[in-house]
Design a protein around this ligand. Structure first.
Ligand SMILES: NC(=O)c1ccc[n+]([C@@H]2O[C@H](COP(=O)([O-])OP(=O)(O)OC[C@H]3O[C@@H](n4cnc5c(N)ncnc54)[C@H](OP(=O)(O)O)[C@@H]3O)[C@@H](O)[C@H]2O)c1
Length: 225
């Protein structure tokens, strides 16, 4: 059975990915940091693990919890937002909250799952954002979030450079109606997850070198770094 690991799936896009991959017959291992999140995922039929990606002690136990697994697709979904513009300096607390969740967590989690994805010559996808694209940036709003997603994109490129046998990519989910995206976003979480699911399944099936180290939109088209 094909296995997907979803890191940070208690709600929003991650939860909807869990729901859709289970409906599609995949085995889903999903992480959450709260009891409520773990219960919601269990009720869907996911195998669950507790993980707070902003906590190094929590991250350090992940490889042990996943011992012996073979993973086809791993998706780093967890993310935190800060809406201050570039003219408002971040506090240390807001910097730590966003950078620890969006960057440090990825840098601590991904090396632990690489060996399990190597077993299948599979895919590691980081949910990034077009707001992390240097080329597309014409506004300083949510500057810290933009900085964190640009850094996450570099995590993708560095990991791919060291792991040529698997596919490591960054993917933008669209602007999505979640707690983070707000109610006026054009895509529902169902629509975004459906598009992400099709693109990631296609990337896994193809194992095409062109997807290695790529920055993709949810529909599979390429985005500028
Ligand atoms: N929505 C959009 O329009 C949009 C656009 C571009 C990119 N994205 C990206 O898509 C991803 C999912 O966002 P979303 O819209 O679904 O946001 P969301 O509804 O706010 O969900 C955020 C998810 O991240 C988890 N998370 C946050 N901090 C965590 C931590 N320290 N440890 C473990 N999990 C943690 C949350 O878990 P808790 O329930 O425990 O807080 C929740 O499951 C994020 O990376 C986001 O940056 C979203």
């Amino acid at each position: 059975m094909t296995t997907i690991l979803l890191i940070g799936a208690s709600r929003g896009i991650g939860f909807e990915l869990a729901s859709q991959f289970i409906a599609d017959g995949w085995r889903v291992i999903a992480t959450a940091r709260s009891d409520e999140g773990l219960e919601r995922l269990k009720a869907l039929g996911a195998q669950t693990l507790r993980l707070d990606v902003a906590n190094p002690a929590s991250n350090s136990g992940l490889a042990w919890q996943l011992d012996g697994e073979k993973i086809d697709i791993a998706v780093y979904v967890a993310g935190a937002m800060d809406r201050n513009s570039a003219s408002t300096p971040p506090t240390r607390d807001s910097f730590d909250a966003v950078m620890h969740t969006n960057v440090m967590g990825a840098m601590q989690v991904i090396p632990q799952i690489v060996p399990m994805v190597q077993e299948t010559r599979g895919v590691i996808a980081c949910i990034s954002s077009i707001m992390g694209s240097q080329q597309e940036t014409t506004s300083g709003n949510a500057a810290l979030y933009r900085v964190s997603k640009a850094a996450l994109n570099m995590v993708v490129r560095c990991t791919q450079a060291e792991q040529p046998d698997i596919t490591v990519l960054a993917i933008h989910p669209g602007w999505v109606q979640t707690d983070m995206g707000g109610p006026t976003a054009p895509l529902t979480s169902e629509q975004s997850a459906s598009s992400l699911r099709q693109t990631l399944s296609h990337v896994l099936e193809q194992r095409d070198p062109k997807h290695r180290g790529a920055f993709l939109n949810h529909d599979g088209s390429t985005l500028p770094w």
